[in-house]
Design a protein around this ligand. Structure first.
Ligand code: OGA
Ligand code: NI
Length: 348
């Protein structure tokens, strides 16, 4: 079986306890979105609000994205990862363009046991050329859905998927706004030219699941993540009540939703972005497809004023999403000696 490259080895305190990775049935809450059609919006919003507060994570069923489309996306994605490495590397990301195939991702400077493919939901999105605050230069991301991807990544399938999940994302955004006592369209204005991306994660079987992780512990930087996963368990969420790592049990046709750092700031920490990670196993490959719902690059992220008062003072300095996004997409590119930018650094 050989030895594991030391780049993959997690520090002892971050290694998974494989004895407790059996999926836990009564883990994150389940929200049934079919209630939306019977117009019980406020009740649904409260359920979601409670899930956001207690877990930062929930799963949704009856979400409206056609099952057939989901299956098609999974099939095309799988075909891509089955291609020989030389083929996949033809669409590899680089220093300038942070989108495409990648097989050397690091989280907190430890290499992840996975391959991925990233693309933007909208093409031609303008982002800052660098994370430097004074650099006014721009860069246009052209590896969106319109890119001439290799034949396998069938554009129309992903275009339709992006459209459907985007619709769902806006719906969730409205429900979360309501749950905070805000008008349902309170956040919609932040998504002009949004930098939302879809990632396809592929976790090959790993002979060293006790030492390596598919993705190391992290929080998602964006607004919301809507994740489709196959039937192989692997995602673990750090339970807020006691800090235990809880394995999310795959539910057929459900999506896992979590609030990201932007919501933590907007809600002034009422809803916290929760740490999660992915464990791997020796026999089964696993695939997941997160939709990272992100604001537009021009957006300044800060606690929502209507939620603030004498007792609830802003906990974060405002920051520009575009600069933050560029910093994050660049810095996980290399094995850096320092931690990349985190919202904790912006805490007041
Ligand atoms: C991510 C992530 C979880 C998974 O890509 O940010 O947390 O189950 N993925 O693949
Ligand atoms: Ni994540």
């Amino acid at each position: 079986m050989g030895e594991l490259d030391s780049a993959f080895i997690q520090d002892i305190e971050h290694r998974p306890n494989l004895k407790s990775t059996e999926p836990v049935g009564d883990g994150i809450p389940t929200i049934d979105l079919s209630a939306l059609t019977i117009a019980d919006t406020q009740k649904l919003a409260s359920e979601i609000g409670l899930a956001c507060q207690e877990w930062g994570f929930f799963q949704i069923i009856n979400h409206g994205v056609p099952l057939k489309l989901q299956r098609k996306v999974e099939k095309v994605a799988k075909e891509f990862f089955e291609l020989p490495s030389e083929e996949k590397r033809k669409v590899k990301r680089n220093e300038v363009n942070p989108l495409g195939y990648y097989d050397c991702e690091h989280t907190k400077n430890v290499r992840d046991w996975k391959e991925l493919f990233d693309f933007l939901v909208k093409d031609g999105i303008v982002i800052p050329a660098s994370p430097e605050p004074d650099d006014k230069g721009i860069f246009i991301l052209v590896l969106g859905l319109a890119l001439k991807l290799i034949a396998f990544l069938r554009r129309e399938v992903f275009q339709e998927y992006a459209k459907q999940v985007e619709k769902l994302a806006f719906k969730l955004l409205e429900l979360i706004a309501l749950s905070l006592g805000l008008p349902e369209n309170r956040f919609s204005g932040y998504f002009n030219g949004h930098t939302t991306s879809i990632r396809i994660n592929y976790y090959p079987p790993c002979p060293f699941p006790h030492l390596a992780l598919g993705v190391g512990r992290h929080k998602d930087p964006g607004v919301l993540t809507i994740l489709a996963q196959d039937d192989v368990a692997g995602l673990q969420v750090k339970r807020k009540s006691d800090g235990e790592w809880i394995t999310v049990k795959p539910t057929p046709n459900a999506y896992i939703v979590n609030v990201g750092d932007v919501f933590q700031v907007w809600s002034n920490e009422k809803y916290q972005s929760v740490e999660h990670r992915v464990v791997v196993n020796t026999v089964k490959e696993r695939m997941s497809i997160p939709f990272f719902f992100h604001p537009g690059t021009h957006v300044m992220v800060k606690p929502v004023e209507e939620l603030l008062n004498g007792e609830n003072r802003p906990k974060y300095k405002e920051y520009n999403w575009g600069k933050f996004f560029v910093n994050r997409s660049r810095s996980d590119f290399k094995k850096l000696e320092v931690e990349n930018v985190q919202i904790e650094h912006l805490r007041l």
